[in-house]
Design a protein around this ligand. Structure first.
Ligand code: ATP
Length: 238
């Protein structure tokens, strides 16, 4: 496919009188990995939710491949090929690991492929295979994050959007998540990663947007942003 996979133009989010995001525009090319960094409350989650159809939005144009997402409900957005890993994981604690994963395949018309997808997730995260019959609520935070990523992959997305996957995880687990995301991207999956952790984001993505007060304050290659004095002091603590 040529041209961008995801194109966002003139996207705004408001909750009553609170303006969370304003005039957001960017694109993600097929196979590209793009990051959105910014402080607490900068509008990152609202932007992702608005793309997924889960936040009150105004938008000039929102396209994913051949799909116009402007009036598409969230479950159709997943069917169009975007997997979503929400902030805080939101696994179903009273269901087994495997049942949580199977719920991620609800959009799939070909049930025969579901077994193959489960095996792929278990290859990616062996610990989930070992714990497939355990209740998701009994998993550690890191294992729940792996489950949330695995569940998103069960719909066989072309693009996966992740909201703060590193939140609350130990550096070792963050390292594991980084490796998995790099592997998935190397296999051709497009990634849109929202993070407060700029260091992690620069490892996983090639290009980033920096959000401040609901707007895009800066964009650039991770290499350029890593060298930017403001980014270094505010987002990398250097
Ligand atoms: P965080 O890193 O904490 O998730 P964020 O960059 O993702 O922050 P958002 O969660 O999008 O930022 O929040 C942007 C602004 O919108 C904040 O001022 C927040 O208080 C406000 N906000 C977010 N969700 C709601 C809501 N459901 N109702 C009212 N205001 C909200």
């Amino acid at each position: 496919m040529s041209g961008p996979e995801l194109t966002v133009a003139g996207l705004g989010v408001s909750y009553g009188g609170v303006r969370a995001a304003h005039d957001i525009g960017f694109s993600v090319a097929p196979g590209e990995s793009v990051g959105i960094i910014g402080a607490n409350g900068a509008g990152k989650t609202s932007t992702l939710k608005a793309i997924m159809g889960l936040a009150p939005r105004v938008v000039r144009s929102l396209r994913f491949g051949e799909h116009d997402l402007c009036r598409m409900p969230a479950h159709h957005v997943v069917r169009a090929g975007i997997g979503y890993v929400p902030e805080g994981r939101h696994v179903f604690p009273g269901l087994s690991v495997e049942k949580n994963l199977l719920l991620g395949a609800y959009t799939r018309p070909w049930k025969a492929q579901t077994r193959a997808s489960l095996d792929e997730v278990y290859d990616l995260f062996p610990v989930l295979g070992e714990m497939r019959d355990r209740l998701a609520g009994a998993l550690s935070g890191g294992q729940q994050q792996m489950l949330a990523i695995g569940r998103a992959l069960m719909s066989r997305p072309r693009l996966v959007v992740l909201d703060e996957p590193s939140m609350g995880l130990s550096p070792k687990l963050v390292g594991q998540i980084v490796e998995v995301l790099k592997k998935l991207n190397a296999e051709g999956l497009s990634i849109l990663l929202v993070e407060q952790n700029a260091k992690l984001t620069f490892e996983v993505t090639g290009r980033c947007l920096v959000m401040e007060n609901g707007e895009i304050a800066m964009t650039g290659s991770c290499e350029d942003l890593r060298g930017d004095p403001k980014v270094r002091s505010i987002y990398l603590g250097l």
